[in-house]
Design a binder for this molecule. Structure first.
Ligand code: ARG
Ligand code: ZN
Length: 845
């Protein structure tokens, strides 16, 4: 059944207060609810409550029994059977957390109870109007013999075997949370800008206490940042975070009780890489920032998901930039955006940032909603300027606090503050697809003219596209490398538009789309010499990196399609960056990084060619070897110099290690693995331990190290996820399927744990040549695993179906093998709604 944005209607009843009592038992938890309903005078009707997989034990309205109808999904009381005004609804239901492998609603993970209600999980806990525009004040009593009993808001009272919580802020049911377990708190406190003391806790299982300090520091930094940058203060006496091993996503912003996938909160130098530290910092910030962008102001309906997610991603990105390095962060964001969002936007799953319809909302927690949603906020800010941006945000917080609102409400604040008409800009929310922007340059007299043309290709359901508003940041650079025009934002609104710069002594070199100022694919006809010039002289770090990337791409495409040797100019330009000590090591590492195989496949496809995964793989390996040989004289010294000393997970240390690991991975191709073996033996941190192991595996070595890694870490599930993942990620194309099949037989493989499942099958999907191996073994293996997983966990199954979203890029043989597997998944009896929707959309028509 498809739900449409255009069909939105307010509920028949609003909620005032909610009282819940949970009597926890693994297979027979009782949930007693007392809900004060108020009829919606503007839309009177039946009382319609959602409810799934519940055993109803009793039901009363104002203390009396009443007629009702129950289906698999709803409980309805006819308007005629309801009291005329406000009333109290009471019900008791029974649920079974222990058998809940979907990890949605109330479930158990390693002996603890926990919840995940977003988007529509609360209906698996009790009967309720489970929609975000219905907001209530919750009081929750938890009864269990487990020592730690938590829910949203502030603690009210507790005794042996029970605890009571009250959340004074009204909220939609998707923000409800409950946790019960034998947990240890890492405790701290924070004084808010108005002087209120907040108790902070990160709750973890025994044995994880020593992995909380970094997350706690990130939480305090986030609280300070939101006060200083957005003027937003925390609003409860307590803020709790709980780490859970079995979790479908990264984390969840439940009011006052954030629940995290343990992989996104636990961190220690010995067990976590720099990338993990960075991710933990970003996700802690993200969930904390939701307290204002999501919780205090929430979404009217799930079509508005980007209202909270795009904005909150944008906020966490700015935070991470402030904590670390803005240029490095921006390059990482663009890499992600291109790898995930552009891929989505250019395939059968393309959808607007605000979708117009869905079957299963969980399928729309996508890179488009999150990352493109964040890009829209960034463009808005660039167009209106910092001052108006913050003024618009302040107006938004002020005007809509305590409400469930829409994208129109958000944009109206900026229209009001700036006096701008944002009608065309709003198209970014409704028009899917990545605009292609092309540019030509002309110089005459003292004037330089840039002429831009934009075009967005059709996407499913949207054949005809309109021009978007594009903020295009440009700068001009003279032949001697000096900047003659500092960064200037051009505002493009038409299909084709020219911008002229006068008073120039000579023809400049343009630096276009600085800081990646709009999420578009820019095509520009410039030669390798100009690219190398910009790589050396551009003052915009993003474009400087971008020029290196384009050179790498051109080199690889020439190697793949014309069997050419790697261009010497490119190798020299790259060497200059590699050895330039004046550049940030993190930036040098990013410049050294090669475009992914998936990126190359898309690039070839866009150029009208059929990508051959084996040829792409081989060219990329050949280029890695060419780089290693070309840099042979500098690699050993660089490796030695880049020792960051005592481990600190900050921007400086991680930047050095990042470059050091890039150097090591090349060095391992020419030193028989000596340096990597040495580092593997001596490393005192996971970044270098895993980095050296990866370097060895990437050079076809490391068997012994892999075994000793296992012996050292078999007891640590998050490190073991890496052990599984690294083997699949580095598997040679023709061996990948076999390695995956073997790993799924390993005693430590557990398909019920999403992290472990993704460590193996997510890594298979990401091993481009391995997944697309000519015999179709990768496709079949993944399809088998998805068919099995669907009965246990539809959400994670549906998400991994995206491995197939690019199928139309490839040759006829591969297309028909993939189609067969998709049809086989679709034919599974009782396939979940989640997976059915995804596979159907991927197949298209
Ligand atoms: N709101 C969460 C976040 O972005 C994501 C939760 C999504 N969960 C889901 N089952 N769809 O932080
Ligand atoms: Zn979020």
């Amino acid at each position: 059944q498809t739900i449409y944005l255009k069909d939105y209607a307010a509920p028949h009843h609003w909620v005032d207060t909610v009282h819940l009592t949970f009597t926890l038992a693994p297979q027979a938890t009782r949930v007693l609810s007392r809900i004060a309903f108020v009829p919606n005078a503007e839309n009177p009707g039946d009382l319609v409550l959602n409810g799934e997989q519940l055993t109803l034990l009793s039901l009363r309205i104002d203390g009396e029994s009443v007629e009702y109808a129950v289906t698999d999904t709803h409980l309805t009381v006819a308007q005629a059977d309801l009291p005329s005004g406000a009333f109290t609804f009471e019900a008791e239901v029974e649920i079974s957390p222990q058998t809940n492998t979907a990890l949605e609603g109330l479930y158990m993970s390693s002996g603890m109870y926990c919840t995940q209600c977003e988007a529509e999980g609360f209906r698996k806990i009790t009967y309720y109007p489970d929609r975000p525009d219905v907001m209530g004040v919750f009081t929750v009593r938890v009864e269990s013999e487990l020592p730690v009993l938590l829910s949203n808001g502030n603690p009210v009272a507790s005794g042996k075997g029970w605890a009571e919580w009250h959340d004074p802020w009204k909220k939609p049911a998707y923000l409800f949370a409950l946790v019960a377990g034998d947990l240890i708190a890492h405790n701290d406190s924070f004084t808010t800008m108005s002087g209120k003391e907040v108790d902070l806790n990160i709750y973890v299982r025994k044995g994880d206490e020593d992995k909380c300090a970094f997350g706690m520091a990130a939480l305090k930094a986030s609280m300070t940042w939101d006060e200083e940058v957005y003027g937003r203060e925390y609003d409860l006496d307590i803020f709790n975070i709980v780490a859970v091993d079995d979790f479908n996503m990264g984390a969840m912003e439940n009011k006052g009780l954030n629940i995290f996938n343990s992989s996104c909160v636990l961190a220690s130098p010995e067990t976590s890489t720099d990338a993990t530290f960075e991710r933990v910092e970003g996700i802690i910030a993200h969930e904390y920032f939701h307290n204002w962008t999501g919780n205090r102001i929430t979404c009217r309906d799930w079509f508005q998901l980007c209202l909270k997610e795009g904005l909150t991603v944008y906020r966490d990105q700015m935070f991470s930039g402030d904590m670390r390095s803005h240029p490095v962060k921006r390059i990482e964001e663009v890499l992600q955006l291109r790898a995930r969002q552009f891929r989505e936007d250019n395939g059968p799953l393309a959808h607007p940032v605000r979708p117009e319809s869905f079957v299963e909302i969980n399928n729309f927690y996508t890179a488009t909603v999150y990352e493109k949603g964040a890009e829209i906020i960034g463009m808005l800010r660039r167009l209106v300027g910092d001052e108006a941006y913050y003024a618009g945000c302040a107006l938004y917080f002020d005007r809509f606090d305590g409400q469930a609102v829409t994208i129109e409400d958000w944009l109206a604040c900026f229209a009001q503050v700036t006096g701008r008409d944002l009608a065309q800009f709003q198209q970014w929310y409704s028009q899917a697809g990545t605009p292609r922007l092309s540019v030509t340059e002309a110089f005459s007299g003292d004037s330089f003219t840039l002429t831009f043309t934009q075009e967005t290709p059709p996407t499913p359901g949207q054949a005809v596209k309109k021009p978007q508003v594009l903020p295009i940041a440009v700068g001009l650079i003279a032949a001697d490398g000096t900047e003659v025009l500092p960064t200037t934002v051009l505002e493009m609104t038409q299909a084709s538009q020219s911008f002229t710069f006068s008073g120039l002594a000579a023809r400049p070199t343009a630096s276009i789309l600085r800081d990646f100022s709009a999420p578009v694919i820019l095509t520009r006809d410039i030669d390798a010499t100009t690219r190398a010039f910009l790589l050396a002289h551009d003052t915009d770090p993003f474009n400087k990196w971008e020029m290196g990337r384009m050179l790498a791409k051109d080199t690889l495409i020439a190697m793949i399609t014309r069997n050419e040797a790697p261009a010497g100019d490119y190798l020299d330009a790259l060497k200059a960056v590699l050895t330039d000590d004046s550049l940030d090591p993190a930036f040098r590492a990013l410049t050294l990084g090669l475009p992914s195989q998936d990126d190359l496949a898309q690039t070839l496809f866009d150029a009208g060619q059929t990508p051959d995964p084996m040829a792409i793989y081989e060219a990329r390996e050949a280029l890695r070897h060419a780089l290693a040989h070309h840099f042979a004289d500098v690699l050993p010294d660089l490796f030695a110099q880049l020792d960051a000393g005592t481990f600190k997970p900050d921007a400086d240390g991680s930047g050095k290690r990042s470059l050091r690991m890039s150097v090591l991975s090349l060095l391992s191709l020419i030193d028989a693995g000596k340096a990597a073996q040495g580092l593997f033996e001596s490393a005192d941190n996971m970044t270098e331990q895993a980095g050296s192991l990866l370097a060895l595996l990437g050079a076809g070595k490391g068997e012994e190290e892999l075994a000793s890694f296992y012996a050292q870490w078999f007891h640590d599930r998050l490190v073991m996820d890496k052990w599984f993942m690294m083997q699949v990620a580095t598997a040679a194309p023709l061996e990948a399927a076999q390695i995956v099949a073997k790993l799924t037989q390993h005693a430590d493989f557990n398909a019920k744990n999403p992290n472990r499942f993704r460590a193996v099958f997510g890594a298979l999907a990401a091993n481009h040549a391995g997944f697309h191996a000519p015999d179709g073994g990768g496709y079949k293996l993944l399809a088998d695993a998805l068919i099995d997983l669907d009965s246990l966990n539809p959400q994670t199954t549906a998400r991994l179906c995206t491995a197939f979203e690019t199928w139309r890029r490839y040759d006829g043989d591969r297309q028909s093998m993939i189609r067969d597997q998709l049809m086989r998944i679709l034919a599974k009896p009782d396939l979940s709604r989640d997976t059915t929707e995804m596979v159907t959309r991927i197949l298209g028509d």
